[in-house]
Design a binder for this molecule. Structure first.
Ligand code: KG4
Ligand code: ZN
Length: 351
């Protein structure tokens, strides 16, 4: 089954062509440079950029896959969660193509897409993350700019949310801490870079959510503690502040990873799964990949990350998720009532 997949949930305009679970083309037109000066995503700017770019991006995805729209078997699009006015652009375009070329339409939950980035294969059918067998049931840890969640994957298409952040998402914490450090947007990759040369035990942060006996997260406390520490260090070090920046970044990153590992360990033990799948933009972080892998493997649990190119937003992951939905014949029945669901939760029924 050849699927054209579209994602405009946030600040990347994405289209991909998948053949079953194989990624044939994957085009991502990032809007980072448009939002960077505002130090965060501005919805109206995102919407306009998606409108300008969606067709060229789709055309490129089709061209790179050496195919044309008539030869596509189904169209897949992200229905939520995400920014309402950004999601609308992708949905409108997908509906238009689906009607004009009389192709079935598949609606995909963006977070399900992040999970399915672990299942993506290359053109020849080789897993892009080199993981041959994915055990089911498994637990998924999704760490992105908008979400921090632990999900139980009971079967394909059968998900249960067992923990989430009560305030900021992990990626959001990276982005917010990057602001007073003047590191630009998005903050994650830059903080990772500085952290490489820093000492992770130099600064201590409060232990996050460890007193609570659930699988939820909270990052607003870490953000506040970080901002206060940055102010203190700026006063203390003045023009030499850059000298403590690597140690700060390394210590911050360690606090984040410790909190993730603490909750994931407990969840893995409670649900007795044999595998952990990680996904979302923050899963591109090498240090976080290394530490989660090291600590969770000790429990006898296999740990799988997506190929780094599929961690941040892309449409290939939407195409792979759609392929599994197509196998279950989950196509849209009524084209009239399609509307974006900005707060869509994992496991929520959409069609
Ligand atoms: O999954 P994603 O592309 O978009 C959402 O669905 O939110 O994730 C974007 C987030 C941003 O907050 C960004 O700072 C973070 O992922 N991120 C990283 C890294 N690369 C991206 N965080 C830490 N380390 C990285 N290398
Ligand atoms: Zn995402």
């Amino acid at each position: 089954m050849k699927i054209l997949a579209i994602d405009t949930s946030c600040d990347e305009t994405c289209a991909a062509v998948c053949f079953n679970d194989r990624v044939i083309s994957n085009i991502i037109f990032s809007q980072i440079e448009l939002h960077a000066k505002w130090r965060g995503v501005v919805p109206i700017i995102a919407k306009r950029a998606h409108q300008e770019r969606i067709w060229p991006v789709i055309e490129m995805a089709i061209k790179r896959a050496n195919t044309d729209l008539e030869k596509i078997d189904a169209i897949a699009v992200t229905i939520g969660p995400g920014l309402a006015i950004a999601l609308e652009v992708g949905i409108k375009t997908a509906v238009e193509i689906s009607k004009r070329y009389e192709k079935p339409l598949i609606l995909v939950n963006h977070m399900e897409g992040h999970i399915y980035s672990n299942f993506a294969k290359n053109k020849k059918g080789k897993p892009l993350n080199l993981t041959k067998n994915i055990l089911i049931p498994n637990l998924c840890l999704l760490i992105s700019g908008g979400h921090t969640e632990i999900i139980l994957m009971k079967n394909h298409g059968d998900f249960e949310l067992i923990g989430k952040t009560l305030d900021d998402a992990v990626g959001e914490a990276f982005d917010k801490v990057a602001r007073p450090l003047m590191l630009g947007y998005p903050g994650g990759p830059v903080i990772e870079e500085f952290a490489k040369k820093g000492k992770e035990d130099r600064f201590q942060f409060p232990k996050l959510m460890q007193r609570r006996n659930d699988f939820n997260f909270s990052y607003s406390g870490l953000k506040t503690a970080s901002v206060l520490l940055i102010e203190k260090l700026k006063t203390e070090y003045k023009e030499d502040f850059h000298k403590v920046l690597p140690d700060f970044c390394a210590s911050f990153q360690k606090a984040v990873v410790d909190s993730l590992i603490y909750k994931v360990k407990k969840a893995v033990q409670k649900y007795k799964v044999g595998q952990l799948l990680v996904g979302g933009g923050v899963a591109a972080n090498n240090y976080i990949r290394k530490m989660i892998r090291r600590d969770i493997k000790k429990l006898g649990v296999k740990v799988t990350f997506p190929n780094k190119k599929l961690c941040t937003d892309n449409a290939a992951m939407i195409g792979v998720a759609a392929y599994y939905k197509a196998k279950r014949k989950e196509f849209v029945k009524n084209m009239k009532n399609i509307d974006r669901i900005p707060n869509l939760e994992i496991g929520q029924k959409i069609s």
